[in-house]
Ligand binder design. Structure first.
Ligand SMILES: Cc1ncc(COP(=O)(O)O)c(C=O)c1O
Length: 318
């Protein structure tokens, strides 16, 4: 495997352990991989991606980082946190959609000193044009900018998630399934590639919270990530699936998820957010009830972070 330049930004490996009370209640071994405990801000899946993406930015001599997302983007907040630590200027191009109150991640963006620019648009193409315009302006002043696309889900970002599967392989025996929330696809792609390398026989389920064609996007990202690190990637039947659980819409908490979020908090003390991990966890347990996790291997839920959203959204009554 080819080693790519990488920064050390998080505390890895993250813990991975069995959820005893949940497993007893649902009659199946369910483990949790605590990516929310990776040591930066409130943790989350973006740190593994940023270790590669920001290494590239630094190696290219960039002093400014741009990224984008929704107003409450966890990815944007974690980019701001890492850029601050690296002494880089960070400009966040956020989709406003009526959300500008300085709560949750927006409060943290400010704490980390990021410059937040709001855009009243639903189109990332419009936002990328704005990034290009600012890039030109700052370049003329002698700066060098590095633009990270939404979610950090480039092939290089996806490479970051290969190591998560490698850690799971050494932390948990008999992994049958790995489940995570899917919002831009890079995490699932890295897990799919990592499972091929370190957990042959384990299947990856992405619970999608955004209406994109992840059935195609994720395997393509995995293939492109494999090319970057020079390893083979061949699909097998059932190695990956996408299960949609968008509910009332992207970034809209869904009442049906609230009991599952409360159950995990009360049984195991683990916090889920209502935008990503709450939807993925609820989706996983409903699939389990339907018998949709064949075999008797453990199910490993990858907790991808997002807790700041608990302080920005209400948990709707079911
Ligand atoms: C908390 C959380 N979980 C999961 C995801 C989805 O990860 P990916 O964008 O790699 O699909 C995100 C992405 O923004 C996130 O913030």
């Amino acid at each position: 495997m080819k080693e790519l330049p990488k920064l050390s930004l998080g505390l890895f490996p993250t813990p991975c352990y069995p959820l005893e009370a949940v497993s007893a209640r649902y009659g199946r071994d369910i483990w949790i991989k605590r990516e929310d405990l990776c040591g930066v801000a409130l943790g989350g899946n973006k740190i593994r991606k940023l270790e590669y993406l920001l290494a590239e930015a630094q190696n290219n001599g960039c002093d400014t980082v741009f990224t984008t997302g929704s107003a409450q983007s966890n990815h944007a907040m974690l980019t701001a946190a890492c850029a601050a630590r690296l002494g880089m200027r960070c400009v966040l191009f956020l989709k406003e959609r009526g959300v500008t109150e300085p709560r949750g991640n927006l409060l943290l963006d400010r704490l980390y000193g990021a410059e937040v620019r709001f855009f009243d648009t639903d189109q990332y193409s419009y936002i990328y044009d704005q990034m290009l315009a600012l890039d030109e302006e700052l370049s003329a002043q002698g700066h060098k900018c590095f633009a990270i696309p939404v979610g950090g889900s480039t092939p290089l970002g996806a490479v970051g998630y290969v190591s998560c599967a490698e850690e799971i392989a050494s932390q948990c025996d008999s992994v049958g399934h790995i489940v995570s929330a899917t919002g831009s696809g890079g995490t699932a792609a890295g897990l799919l590639l990592g499972a091929k390398l370190y957990l042959p026989g384990a299947n990856v389920t992405g619970v999608s919270v955004y209406p994109d064609a992840f059935e195609d996007i994720v395997p393509q990202l995995a293939e492109d990530a494999a090319a970057l690190i020079d390893v083979p990637f061949a699909r097998t039947a059932d190695d990956f699936r996408i299960v949609p659980r968008i509910g009332a819409g992207y970034a809209v908490p869904t009442p049906a998820d609230t009991p599952y979020i409360e159950e995990l908090a009360r049984l195991e003390g683990v916090l889920l957010d209502p935008i990503y991990t709450g939807k993925a966890w609820a989706g996983m347990l409903e699939l389990l009830k339907e018998g949709a996790f064949p075999g008797d291997g453990s199910i490993v839920f990858v907790h991808t972070g997002g807790a700041a959203a608990l302080f920005a959204y209400d948990l709707p009554e079911p």
